[in-house]
Write a protein that binds this ligand. Sequence first.
Ligand code: NAP
Length: 282
Amino acid sequence: MSDFFKDKVAVVTGAGGTLCGPIAVDLAKKGAKVVLIGRTASKLEVTADEIAKVGGTCRIETASVTDEPAIQSIADKVASEWGPCRFLVNGAGGNQPPAVADRLAFDPVELTGPMAEGKKGWWDVDFNVFESVLMTNTMGTVIPSRVFAKQMAAAGGGSIINFGSMNTYRPLTRVAAYAMSKAAIANWTQFLAQYLAPAKIRVNAIAPGFFVNDRSRKILCTPEGGLTARGEQVMAHTPARRFGEADELLGCVEWLLNDEKAGFVTGITVPVDGGFLASAGV
Ligand SMILES: NC(=O)c1ccc[n+]([C@@H]2O[C@H](COP(=O)([O-])OP(=O)(O)OC[C@H]3O[C@@H](n4cnc5c(N)ncnc54)[C@H](OP(=O)(O)O)[C@@H]3O)[C@@H](O)[C@H]2O)c1
């Protein structure tokens, strides 16, 4: 096995989450020293325990990815104790229910209101939360990149992975803030890729299809283990006819981060989606 990752510092934000927990463990298995970032220590400890089981090296650092001084302070500490960050996986992100509408499209009743329970239209979403979703998914990717890419540039290069979604390509109904923020990720990935190319830093994104996490389980699955109406719709548009498993992202992550395998690949967004994007749904 190549020792490309061995003893290099990899920073994973959202490392206590469904997708980036396994990604952090896999990077530790490959010999990277992994910095686990998130807001909740207990979630990061679950990932750290998995890393300990495989004999890997990691450290837990709690902060919000939208808090630039906090991320800078983690970066300074890590650089002085472990050396410069060479890999950054910007996994922190997600949606928040108050920013999600119930209605799929406009209904004239929205002009007369008030809305019945479960019938919230686009005008009724909480705009403070709408803004918070935009901040987390956009600035929460920009800030760690701004901080850690400087270390990569000084060290002679590195690689960054951002997280888009199926919303990167076309907005799903109901989730305007999340959709808009994930569309921004593809554009930002292209911008940063061209800007940082002279510093030998590659910047790419992964756009996962539907992988069940704690939040989406309630939206896609019934308590009995079946599918909600929205879950059925997703399944009908996913040619693989199943949800993804977090481990199915690992090959793509390794490929994109590894200069020996993807040294000429930068600025792209790779869908890992069971064919969702390929399907017209008819
Ligand atoms: N699962 C899917 O189907 C899917 C599909 C497309 C795209 N994605 C994207 O893939 C990424 C990972 O998703 P996931 O399914 O693994 O989500 P997840 O299980 O909810 O994990 C996300 C992690 O991000 C952390 N986080 C959220 N806001 C943060 C903040 N401000 N600062 C620091 N950490 C923060 C959360 O921990 P704390 O709350 O403790 O901070 C959480 O552990 C996200 O960007 C998501 O939008 C997921």
